[in-house]
Design a protein around this ligand. Structure first.
Ligand SMILES: NC(=O)c1ccc[n+]([C@@H]2O[C@H](COP(=O)([O-])OP(=O)(O)OC[C@H]3O[C@@H](n4cnc5c(N)ncnc54)[C@H](O)[C@@H]3O)[C@@H](O)[C@H]2O)c1
Length: 278
């Protein structure tokens, strides 16, 4: 049922982290992959790697917040691949903006809106005609965050736009269902990537403790996102639309429950200071 061979995909932000893992997994399954990546050096490295692996790819330096650049990319995808079957809206970033809502600025709201929600509208709007053209239905996969499903103090605006992705996913899934285009979301918990360098940021004295924060005993790795994306892109999820995979090791299910060093579960505070330093 994982028959993705010959399909075409666009992965935004495919030059690092989860996006890159998704690109490589798609390549392994014979998908022809287009990548929109803002960072020229990352794009170049990825281009080389995919060439070396014999993967049919189109890696373009593109800022997905820019409508004109996205339109150019759509034209290039159409010229090279003819259409599109899979769209992964992976780009998103908290932009290092952390602090109380009360002191946040309008400029920060706009910055976070552009990179976490508006660009998903821009890219999906531009790519939908290509998905319709391919005529085989299709799969749109949005990458949100676990923070869309719980409160994140210091990240109110980021959390609000990520929550917006849930609404976008549900309504678009209903609109596009009759055409066989499915729309779903992946919502990751803390995952070790270039953006969230969790190994580096974890206070060394709490390294052991981190294994007890999450029921499955570890933070995420980019390949966790790749597994979810392959599932959502393929016929394994043929009857799944309008919903979210919480890619979180059980963190949301546990909510505030953690294990003590003795292995007991507690919903009481278990460390005295900041677990993450960044
Ligand atoms: N890593 C985590 O812990 C975590 C947790 C929850 C949600 N997320 C979400 O997962 C997604 C991927 O995160 P990641 O940690 O892999 O990110 P990352 O920053 O490691 O990789 C993202 C890639 O996107 C590129 N990019 C950024 N802005 C772009 C733009 N405007 N146009 C084109 N490319 C752009 C970056 O250059 C980078 O290569 C994001 O939507 C993020 O919000 C991440």
């Amino acid at each position: 049922m994982i028959n993705l061979s010959g399909k075409t995909a666009l992965v935004t932000g495919g030059g690092a982290g989860m996006g890159r893992a998704i690109v490589e997994a798609f390549g392994m399954y014979g998908v022809k992959v287009a990548v929109a990546e803002i960072d020229a050096a990352r794009a170049e490295t990825l281009r080389h790697t995919l060439e070396g692996e014999g993967i049919d790819a189109l890696v373009e330096v593109t800022d997905v917040r820019d409508k004109t650049q996205v339109a150019k990319l759509a034209a290039k995808i159409e010229a090279k691949f003819g259409g599109l079957d899979i769209l992964v809206n992976n780009v998103g970033d908290f932009m290092g903006i952390v602090g109380p809502f009360a002191t946040s600025t309008e400029e920060q709201w706009d910055t976070l809106y552009q990179v976490n929600l508006k660009q998903i509208f821009v890219v999906t709007h531009a790519m939908l005609p290509l998905m319709r053209k391919s005529g085989n239905g299709g799969s749109i996969i949005n990458v949100s965050s676990i923070e869309a499903f719980r409160g994140i103090p210091g990240g109110v605006i980021y959390g609000a736009f990520k929550a917006g992705i849930t609404g976008f996913t549900q309504s678009l899934a209903v609109e596009l269902g009759p055409e066989g285009i499915r729309v779903n979301t992946i919502a990751p918990e803390t995952t070790d990537t270039e953006q969230v360098q969790v190994t580096k940021w974890t206070n060394p004295k709490y390294m052991d403790h981190t294994q007890r924060w999450i029921p499955l005993g570890r933070f995420g790795v980019p390949q966790d996102a790749a597994g979810c994306a392959v599932f959502l892109a393929s016929d394994l999820s043929a009857w799944v639309t309008g919903t979210t995979i919480h890619m979180d090791g059980g963190a949301l299910a546990a909510a505030g429950w953690y294990r003590t060093p003795e292995g007991q579960w507690t919903n009481m505070p278990v460390i005295a200071d900041k677990g993450l330093i960044f």
